[in-house]
Design a protein around this ligand. Structure first.
Ligand code: ATP
Ligand code: MG
Length: 150
């Protein structure tokens, strides 16, 4: 299923992230795609908050994986500095992906070869006023709706 949203502020994108988290279950992987500044980290803030993460989620600048304790373990993974030919096994990425926590992956296309078929895809792009956000995946319910109407 594929659903398209348009948000006009960072706050609305965070709200959408919160709504999306209702569809997640242990072991799920959410792959975020979109250019620099598209809003991947912003939406991840909402998903993480919805999963009960109290810490502030920010862009990890030098680390690849930041782990948060929500209702489930939450792994915020940023692959910006890696390439498609990186040794993902060496950094343990496959074990995060196969684990029972929730993986929220920025620049997920870099690790396309190890993403599960069940991954939720979030494709973000900058529009004249705000962001276009397409959410898709085999288990995505078209009823994903932010608490506040968008
Ligand atoms: N509708 C919107 N949704 C999300 N962010 C928005 C929106 N409108 C403006 N912004 C701003 O755009 C910026 C998005 O930055 P963010 O760090 O989330 O992007 P990113 O995709 O994670 O980038 P990077 O690839 O560098 O990690 C923030 O400064 C945010 O406030
Ligand atoms: Mg980011």
């Amino acid at each position: 299923m594929r659903v398209v949203f348009h948000t006009s502020s960072a706050a609305e994108t965070i709200e959408l992230g919160r709504a999306l988290c209702l569809q997640l279950k242990p072991g799920d992987v959410v792959a975020f795609h979109g250019e620099l500044g598209a809003g991947k980290t912003t939406m991840i803030k909402g998903v993480a908050a919805g999963l009960g993460v109290a810490d502030v989620v920010k862009s990890p600048s030098f680390v690849i994986v930041t782990e948060y304790a929500g209702r489930l373990p939450v792994y915020h993974i940023d692959l910006y500095r890696l390439s498609e030919s990186s040794d993902f096994g060496a950094i343990g990425l496959d074990s995060y992906i196969e684990g029972e926590g929730i993986c929220l992956i920025e620049w997920a296309e870099r690790a396309e070869k190890i993403l599960p078929a069940s991954a939720v895809r979030v494709r973000m792009s900058v529009e004249e006023e705000g962001r276009r956000i397409e959410v898709s995946g085999p288990n995505v319910d078209r009823n994903v709706q932010p608490a506040r109407g968008l």
